[in-house]
Design a protein around this ligand. Structure first.
Ligand code: TYM
Length: 329
């Protein structure tokens, strides 16, 4: 089986963007690949966190992976901080990454402007840690939303650079971007991506929003002046809603246009809201059950950390030897 790696940050409240852009595809791909799904808590401390809150969110996120349909017996679901190889490989890869490359990362520029009081070195080398995550497991494929493509590109560059010096050490990974839902936009400003950190709560659907809230937010979503449900670049609001609808129902934009031909935005928005509730409600219900089962989740955490650690150490030892560290006796 080919190998798949992906991860998500436990910062903030997950949005429908995280779900449709990533988590949903993870579940679809999980039969086909040997999968590693990490809660990337090392990445989270590039911005200040409340320790108790971070711990709680990390556990919720790990539980959510399972609630979304990932079987922890088949998929390796674990905390990044439980496998020290991530940090160790990241250091080595730092020495194969250029300042210039990292300065071009748009996410760094974005975050640096948002957290101007704390532009730390971790924020800058964030993509290198992400490369380490992926390369540590020799992943062939990495399912992400479009906003992570630049990080995947630099991961490939680092892997190729390392391989050109030491021979074929790393698998060079390919991104996997889902057909629908690769970039879910804000419901209030369709020029911006839907984001955990948006101050306007109506701009994002949160994974734990109850059905009424979801329907209400879609009713309030900004639309366009065309008046028709058409998939056009010129009407980004409706286009985004069609993307969401397609991602939740498996329909195509053309089928959606036909379905709502002659109908108004009101009917369509309600249908989009209902399709989202249909997808999220079962996940929320399973989450509510699982989070109660402390010993089950504890077991998953322990077992999977060991499993991830085993694969990580394999790659790490190989890399350490290649770069010239003394062998362990
Ligand atoms: P993060 O935690 O910001 O987001 C997790 C996943 O959700 C996707 N996503 C979206 N997709 C569509 N529309 C949106 N509006 C939207 N918002 C977020 C992201 O593309 C991502 O796939 N750096 C990563 C975490 C990471 C990682 C990795 C990912 C660390 N190491 C290794 C893959 C492989 C991040 O911050 O994602």
């Amino acid at each position: 089986k080919k190998i798949l790696f992906s991860g998500m940050q436990a910062t903030g409240t997950l949005t429908l963007g995280n779900y449709l852009g990533a988590l949903k595809n993870w579940v679809t791909l999980s039969d086909e690949y040997e999968c590693f799904y990490s809660v990337v808590d090392l990445h989270s401390i590039t911005v200040r966190q409340d320790p108790a809150e971070l711990r709680k969110r990390a556990r919720n996120l790990l539980t959510l992976y399972i609630a979304a349909g990932l079987d922890p017996k088949k998929n390796c679901i674990y905390y990044q901080s439980h496998v020290s190889g991530h940090a160790e490989l990241s250091w080595i890869l730092n020495c194969f990454t250029y300042m210039g490359e990292l300065s071009r990362m748009t996410q760094f520029k974005d975050k640096a402007s948002k957290h101007a009081d704390n532009i730390n070195a971790g924020l800058f080398t964030y993509p290198v840690l992400m490369a380490a995550d992926i390369l540590l497991y020799q992943a062939d494929v990495v399912p992400v939303g479009k906003d992570q493509l630049q990080h995947l590109e630099i991961t490939r560059d680092i892997a190729q650079r390392f391989n050109s010096v030491y021979g074929d050490v790393f698998t060079v990974p390919e991104p996997y971007i889902g057909k629908a839902g690769a970039k879910i936009m804000s419901l209030q400003d369709p020029e911006k991506k839907m984001s955990k950190s948006d101050e306007n709560p109506n701009a994002s659907i949160y994974l734990m929003d109850d059905p009424d809230t979801i329907i209400r937010k879609f009713k309030r979503a900004v639309t366009d002046s065309e008046g028709a449900v058409r998939y056009l670049e010129e009407q980004p609001g409706i286009k985004n809603l069609i993307d969401i609808y397609c991602s939740c129902t498996g329909k195509t934009p053309e089928e959606t246009e036909t379905e709502f031909d002659g109908k108004g935005y009101g009917d369509f928005k309600l249908a989009v809201g209902e399709s989202v509730v249909g997808v999220l409600k079962p996940v929320q219900d399973r989450f509510a059950e699982l989070i109660q089962d402390k010993s089950y989740i504890d077991g998953v955490i322990k077992e999977n950390a060991d499993k991830a650690g085993y694969y990580a150490t394999k790659t790490l030892r190989k890399v350490q030897k290649k770069v010239g560290f003394p062998e362990r006796i």
